[in-house]
Design a protein around this ligand. Structure first.
Ligand SMILES: [Zn+2]
Length: 81
């Protein structure tokens, strides 16, 4: 099945659009998700990944995902309490 909008099922997608945030001094940065857990030695550990959007050219709906989700999942399993 071809990639499609989860709202209207259209295949008119603009894929892999980065979501930009402006950090200190107006420097562009990709918006990210951060997972924070407490490690075995009680330090906080975290991992971040950029959020990617697919924009629907039919209805404007945006589907979000992260590319490196396997690494996030493994980090979560390894560090969750
Ligand atoms: Zn749509």
């Amino acid at each position: 099945m071809k990639p499609h909008c989860s709202n209207c099922q259209s295949e008119k997608l603009i894929p892999n659009v980065k979501i930009i945030d402006f950090t200190h001094m107006n420097i562009k940065s990709n918006l990210k998700l951060e997972i924070v857990e407490t490690s075995d030695n009680q330090f906080k550990v975290s991992k971040t990944e950029s959020i990617i959007g697919n924009i629907c050219g039919e209805c404007g709906h945006v589907d979000l995902h992260v590319d490196n989700f396997q690494a996030l999942w493994e980090f979560y399993l390894k560090n969750k309490k």
